[in-house]
Structure formats: structure tokens, C-alpha cells
Design a protein around this ligand. Structure first.
Ligand code: MN
Length: 315
């Protein structure tokens, strides 16, 4: 998806429990859709290499256009598209054209540059619910060739009544076939019944957990907080497991990775290291140098007016 939100100046909740922190999503607009933006935070630009988390829906798209995100560019990241309900059509400047459905992964590696569009197909399901995630490419990989992969089947494992589908990295013995560029994990936890289990974690990873449907209790959350949609729980490195319980029908996400240790400059749909790189990418987009997205019926997204970008803060 595409964001025009360059304003990251938000209030941040301070840590309320040792090594844990609970923050609230801000509401953002993506085209006609309202989304819950959980990352980035002003003081936490990435968790592992995960640098952007939008949760949208569930919403009715019955008899209306639905999602319509015109062609726009990306650099320096991978987009991870995951649906809980509905269907979305992806097209990109490599010529890819792919409908995605729940339980499947669309993984687009922007590398040095790609353009794509996302829209509800003409004949689409009546509801839409999903997450749009970005993974920052580490400095050594961020100029790689652009690529697109669709994974129709992903490994799953059962933990305490949760069906755990692993779409990035590995968890509980299940390993995603998706090609990632850093030590990372991404999984969906669906409570098939009232579920309670201990998720194995890599101690070298930091993690976030958020709820898309229902609610959950997570060990280590401040004051035995019941997590609900629109909240993000951050857990620091050094944990080898986390206890999670949720009522039947709840659906959660676990994202994590080794702290990136790199200062990102993020603006619009671009992830770089300096303001100059962002400005160069915007100039490339305005000059048509990202290529065209064949088949999309409409004009590409214009880049918003450039703002004065700050160089990354020093750690
Ligand atoms: Mn996008």
C-alpha cells in the first residue's frame, strides 16, 4: 500500500513494564480506507527489520470499488501483504499480476526500485480485512534487484489451540519459504478454540504482538493488559518464550527480528538512509524511471510535495 503520511511526530507511551511497552495505533488514510497504523512510532522506527505495520478492516466492500491504490514506487524495503478476509489484486512494474487470498503471502522486494498497484478485483469478496507490513532491507541488500513472489501455501504448526502460520522466518519448527534479508519472524496466530500456549522466541529478537480480531492476554504486558485491535505490545530482546491466551476466533500477529541497528529515513513509500536518497527516488518517480504498471486502469499516484527531511538521529 501507499502512505502519504510523513508526520511521525506522535505522542509515545513510555515503557510501563520492564522490557515491554504498549502503544496505540494512530488512524491514517490510505486512499479511501481508514487504517490503524501501529508502526513506525516516533521513538521506535523498526522492530527487527519490520518498519511499517498497517491493520485495516474488517470492512464491507460489497457493491463498492473497495481497495484502490494506484501505481506508486517503493525502494529499500519488502512489502508483506497478508489478508484475513477478502481478496486483492497486485500488479507491478515487473509484469506480475496476482490475486491474493487469506492464508497466502505476497512478498514484493523493492530493492533498488519497483512500482505496484493494489486493488479489489472487479469481482471481489464482500468483506476486506488484512495487514500491510514493510520490512526494511539491511544496508548490504537494499539495492538488490526487485522481485515479486506469491506463496500460496505456508507452513503451520499448532501451539496450545493456536494455529500458527509462519509467513516470514521460522517459529516452532515451521519455516516460511519466503526470501527475507535479515533474521526475522512473522506469524499469524488463529485461536481455533479458547487457546493458551507458550510461543518459542529467539532471545536475540525483539518482538511485537498485535490483535486483529478478538482479544488476547500476553505475559509481560503491563498490568495484565488485555490486548485489543489498535494496540501494539513491544517486547524487548532476551525472551525465550511468551505466554499468550485468547478466546476462540481471535487472531493475532507476532513480528520480530534481530534489532536492525541502522537508522532509517522513511518518507512516503521510500525507505533510505539519507534525505538525498529520498529526493533522488522522488525525482526518478516523477521522471517515470520506475517503469509502468501494466493493466491498472487509472493514473499513477503523484509523489506528495517533498518536505525538508531530517537526517537520522544519532543513537
Ligand atoms: Mn505499496
Amino acid at each position: 500500500m501507499s502512505t502519504v503520511d510523513a508526520d511521525l511526530e506522535i505522542t509515545e507511551t513510555p515503557a510501563q513494564a520492564p522490557g515491554a511497552e504498549l502503544t496505540e495505533a494512530r488512524v491514517a488514510r490510505v486512499g479511501d480506507m481508514t487504517v490503524r497504523r501501529l508502526l513506525p512510532l516516533r521513538l521506535r522506527r523498526s522492530v527487527g527489520a519490520w518498519c511499517f505495520v498497517d491493520h485495516y478492516g474488517p470492512m464491507s466492500v460489497d457493491g463498492v470499488t473497495g481497495m484502490r491504490v494506484p501505481p506508486h514506487p517503493h525502494i529499500g524495503l519488502q512489502t508483506v501483504t497478508w489478508l484475513i478476509s477478502g481478496n486483492v489484486l497486485h500488479r507491478d512494474s515487473l509484469g506480475s499480476e496476482q490475486v491474493i487470498r487469506p492464508g497466502q503471502l505476497n512478498l514484493m522486494t523493492a530493492g533498488r526500485g519497483i512500482a505496484h498497484s493494489e486493488e479489489s478485483p472487479a469481482e471481489h469478496d464482500p468483506s476486506l480485512h488484512g495487514v500491510q507490513l514493510w520490512v526494511a532491507l539491511p544496508d548490504a541488500s537494499r539495492h538488490t534487484e526487485p522481485a515479486f513472489a506469491h506463496h500460496a501455501e505456508l507452513p503451520a504448526t499448532g501451539i496450545g489451540g493456536f494455529e500458527v502460520t509462519v509467513f516470514a522466518g521460522s517459529l516452532g519448527g515451521a519455516r516460511s519459504p519466503a526470501r527475507m534479508f535479515s533474521e526475522i519472524v512473522g506469524a499469524e496466530l488463529a485461536a481455533r478454540r479458547d487457546a493458551s500456549g507458550s510461543l518459542p522466541l529467539a532471545a536475540s529478537h525483539e518482538h511485537v504482538i498485535f490483535v486483529a480480531t478478538g482479544s488476547a492476554r500476553v505475559d509481560g504486558a503491563p498490568d495484565a493488559t488485555v490486548l485489543r485491535p489498535g494496540q501494539l505490545l513491544y517486547l524487548d530482546t532476551g525472551r525465550e518464550q511468551v505466554g499468550v491466551s485468547a478466546a476462540a476466533g481471535s487472531r493475532l500477529f507476532l513480528l520480530g527480528g534481530v534489532p536492525l541497528g541502522e537508522q532509517l529515513v522513511m518518507w512516503w513509500n521510500l525507505v533510505a538512509r539519507t534525505p538525498e536518497e529520498i529526493e533522488a527516488a522522488v525525482a526518478d518517480w516523477r521522471a517515470g524511471r520506475f517503469g509502468t504498471v501494466a493493466g491498472y486502469d487509472g493514473e499513477p499516484l503523484p509523489a506528495p510535495p517533498l518536505v525538508a527531511l531530517r537526517s537520522p538521529r544519532r543513537p
